[in-house]
Design a binder for this molecule. Sequence first.
Ligand code: NAP
Length: 354
Amino acid sequence: MDDDLHHDPDGPVLIVGGYGTVGTELTRLAARSWPLLLAGRTPGRGRALANEVGAAVRRWDLDAPEPFSAKPRAVVGTVNDPDDRVLRAALRGGVPYVDITRWTARLQRALALTAVTPPTAPVLLSSGWMGGIGSLVAAALADRVGGAAAAVEIAVRYDLRDRAGADSVEFMDRLGLDYEVTEGGRRRLVTPLSGAGRVTIGGHRTMVARIDTPEQFTLPLALGADTAVTRIGFSTNTSTAALLALKQTGFFRWGRGDRFRSLRRSLLHSPGEGGTALMRVDVRGRNGQRRTAVVRDPAGQAHLTAVGALLGLRRVLGEDGAAASAGASFPESVPEPRLVLWALEEAGVTVTVS
Ligand SMILES: NC(=O)c1ccc[n+]([C@@H]2O[C@H](COP(=O)([O-])OP(=O)(O)OC[C@H]3O[C@@H](n4cnc5c(N)ncnc54)[C@H](OP(=O)(O)O)[C@@H]3O)[C@@H](O)[C@H]2O)c1
C-alpha cells in the first residue's frame, strides 16, 4: 500500500525528520505559526520537543515498508528521502511540499517526478546552501543590480564547532563525483575541491574550494546567471588544507565505494556543540554593478537552514505576501526579492550588504 497524504488546509504542517538537528530548529520556529506533526523512525526521541511546542509526533520510517497516512496542510522534508516517498505522497495528495535535503542529482530526480505527476500544489525545491538562503540572498542582490544576475559566487565558511546530524553526512559524501557547472555561459564538468582560493568572509580570510550544491544548477535557470559557483571552506584553514591534500592523493576517487564508506564518513562528520554560520554571496548584474552580502547566523547552520525551510513554508502556503501557485519552483524565484533581507533579519540572521 502507498503512503497517503491528503491535503487539509486546516491540518498540521508535517515535518518529516522534525526532531533531528535541523528539524528541531524548524519545529521551534514553525510552532509559532501552525499546528505541527513531527515524524521519524523513533517518535520517543521527539516526544519532549513535541510536548515543548504542543506538536504531535508519529512514526514514519522512510526505509520501512509500512505506509504512513496523514492530512497535513503542508509537508517539509528535513531528512533524506532516498525513494522520494514524501514527495510522491505529497504529489498524489495535492499537499504543498518543501524539501531542504536534496543534492543536485536528487533535485533533478524530483523535477522528473513532477513531470510524471504534475503538481496540483506548490513544490519548493529549497535544497541550495542553507535551505535555499544562498539562493534567496542572490535573488535579493540581483534585484538591487537591475533584476538580472550575470554572475553569482557563493563562499561558505563552515564552522567546525557547529552541530550537524548523522543524516547530513550523505550530502557531503560525494567528493569523488564530478558535477556540472555553468561558467561564462558554458557548461562544464568540474571536480569537487578544485578551484581552491582565499576569500574574505565576514572578516575571516578563508580558504575555499568547489563543492556540488543545487543552486549551481538552479541559479542559471532561475536568475539567468551565466556563472554560478559555490565554494566552501572550514573555519580553520589548516583543516581545509588537510582536506585538499587528501583530495590530491586521489582518496575521494579510489576510496568512493562502499569499502571506504565509514572511513570517509568519519572524516566528514565530526560535529561540535554549536557555531556560527557564515556565508558570502557576490552578485554581478548584467549592467556591471556588483553587490556583496555577508550572511551571519550566530545560532548556527542548522538554525539558518531551518530559517530557509520556514521561509519556504510561508511561500508554499501563500503567507509571504504572494499567492502560492501549483508547480515546482526554486527559492531564488521568490515573488518579492525586496522582502528577503528583511525576513532574514526578522529571524535573527544578520545580512550586511555592500
Ligand atoms: N540544504 C542545506 O543547506 C542543508 C543544511 C543542513 C542539513 N541539510 C539536510 O537536512 C537533513 C537533516 O540533517 P540533520 O543534521 O538534521 O540530520 P539528523 O540530526 O540526523 O536528523 C534526521 C532526522 O530524521 C529522522 N530520520 C532519520 N532517518 C529516517 C528515516 N529513514 N525515516 C524517517 N525519519 C528518519 C531522525 O529521527 P529518527 O532517528 O528517530 O528516525 C531525525 O529526526 C539532511 O538530509 C541534511 O543533508 C541541508
